[in-house]
Design a protein around this ligand. Structure first.
Ligand code: ADP
Length: 168
């Protein structure tokens, strides 16, 4: 039987506090930590996360790798690397969609059913928020997965408003 698409929720808050099976990290290709949500996740997970990430050899843009959550409430962290916005003609949309697909596949690979996503690429990587939100929602709705619940965790009100508008 084909899986149904996940239930979607939009919440305002800090993704490091999510009590869910997996949280997604908007990482960079080194997987060695950075600013924004990446820095927050490493601080909350503790130094074991960085030690584990050092063994992974990085991650190409658009792909995802999964680690334990260590000190986080979430059991897993799915590290995905969003595209840096360069005007829109460098394959950014396909790479961003690939982040969401790859993250759901990574969740399936460890049996995570409830997954929380940040707004990948919309911070330091400057992806326009409305376009990124469209990709996030449409990709999660159309990707075959055993994930049953997706929470879009928005760090500010402008982001939350975009998701709410997109989900109607
Ligand atoms: P990127 O480099 O992919 O743009 P950023 O971390 O700079 O990643 O930003 C991605 C999104 O994550 C932005 O909307 C930012 O406001 C948000 N963000 C930053 N910290 C957190 C957090 N602790 N929880 C959830 N979202 C966060």
């Amino acid at each position: 039987m084909a899986p149904t698409s996940p239930r979607l929720h939009v919440v305002l808050g800090d993704i490091t506090l999510e009590r869910t099976d997996a949280i997604v990290n908007a990482a960079n290709e080194t997987l060695l930590g950075g600013g924004g949500v990446d820095g927050a996740i490493h601080r909350a997970a503790g130094p074991e996360l960085l030690a584990h990430c050092r063994t992974l050899g990085g991650c190409p843009t658009g792909q995802a790798k999964v680690t334990p959550g260590f000190s986080l409430a979430a059991r897993w962290v799915i590290h995905t690397v969003g595209p840096i916005w360069q005007g829109g003609d460098r394959g950014e949309a396909e790479l961003l969609a690939s982040c969401y697909r790859s993250s759901l596949a990574a969740a399936d690979s460890v049996g995570a059913r409830r997954v929380a996503f940040p707004a990948i690429s919309t911070g330091v990587y400057r992806y326009p928020l409305a376009a990124a939100t469209d990709i996030a929602v449409s990709t999660v709705c159309t990707t075959p997965t055993s994930v049953t619940e997706v929470r879009f965790v928005c760090f500010d009100e402008a982001t939350r408003a975009q998701y709410v508008a997109r989900l109607g």
